[in-house]
Design a protein around this ligand. Sequence first.
Ligand code: ARG
Length: 460
Amino acid sequence: MTKKQQEPSGPEPSAVHSYTVSLHYDRRLYRQDIAGSIAHARMLARQGIMTDKDAELIGMGLVAIREEIERGEFPWRDELEDLHMNVEARLHERIGEVAGKLHTGRSRNDQVATAMRLYAKEACDKTLAGIRALQGALLKQAEANLTTVLPGYTHLQRAQPVLLAHHLLAYFHMLERDAERFRETRRRADVMPLGSAALAGAAYPLDRRWMAKELGFSAISKNSMDAISDRDFLLDYQAAAAIGMMHLSRLAEELVLWSSEEFGFVRLADAFTTGSSIMPQKRNPDFAELARGKTGRVYGHLVGLLTVLKGLPLTYNRDLQEDKEGFFDTADTLQATLEVFAPMIESMTVRAERMRQATEAGYMLATDLADYLARRGVPFRKAHGIVAELTKYAAATGKTYQQLSLEEYKKFSPDFAADVLEITEERSLAARDVPGGTAPERVAQALAEARKLLEAADGP
Ligand code: ARG
């Protein structure tokens, strides 16, 4: 009789065990984990806690294991639960008993916290590069569209003419704030937990600063209990990612609108649209829509991790293993979205004619007409009312402001004079000549500043 038949009420041992397994997602930490182990072994030898020969054997064994993993030949074993146990067991197979000395003065608790911080720092670097690439693409389109006018919207109603370059620069600045957040996230992740051991600190004279330098950390943690159980750096990343995806989702929504026939402001390159299987005329903006949709899971992971951490007593609890999947998925999703958006923005065709038509059709010079009257002494509130009446009349007669005669203007206010007919989109733009405004001069200056900012941001 098999064991299973003797204990019919118990679940399959493998099913129970699989509940604790993290190998399928934590194996992506192998480089960071092995780097941490090599630094630890070398430090142990430097401190005379281990012989140089043993440290060398361990180091060589770990390098060989890393290569094995990269060649896809590592014999992963689910029953060993996680990456750390897999590497250690394999090291034992390769170099024997000596492998056991690696864990002197160390615990999986400070080991995994260190690997996650190394990984998070790299994720910040990659994310920052992705942000810069998208900023570059936005800037290129903006520079190419310094004279392109389109309606600026409030309430999704045509409001005032703006330069397309001005509109695109708005996204540049959102991304600039995202970059700040990821630089700060990286700075906070840049603290090494190794030496904290299980929770109370290692009982050996470890040279923590030397290890930090070896691993490229700028600082060492100041409290072993905090170091073991802190995952704030992952929250920082995920919070910054949630905001970043929100920005990309807003840009995505504009692309969805702009590429529709109703707007017709841009045409997305073939690579970023798909056809319909039954409606041959369609060019669906799937990439933008997916980015909008994927924002949801990124928000979800942030709340997920906050909830994992909430109420956890110090120090390590197995709950902390649940920090990984959401974080990895968030980093993957954000980085992939940035990678798609840069070429999508760069390759989109701007339909400047359509933008101009929409600008002229929308009575968007209404504010300028009210300002015109205000400059002639009409209180602005009253001027606003006059222009509202004038606009109703123009709409009823199917005319644009430019098509109205001076006599028609004068019916609404004696303060209108011949020069009212000189109010154009270009004048309207030029009038917005404040720092941060859409006047062409100001936008040209803003573009130059943005270009400088981007060029200065060559490192994280
Ligand atoms: N896989 C574990 C995690 O990611 C490693 C740490 C395990 N430590 C422990 N005391 N069981 O959290």
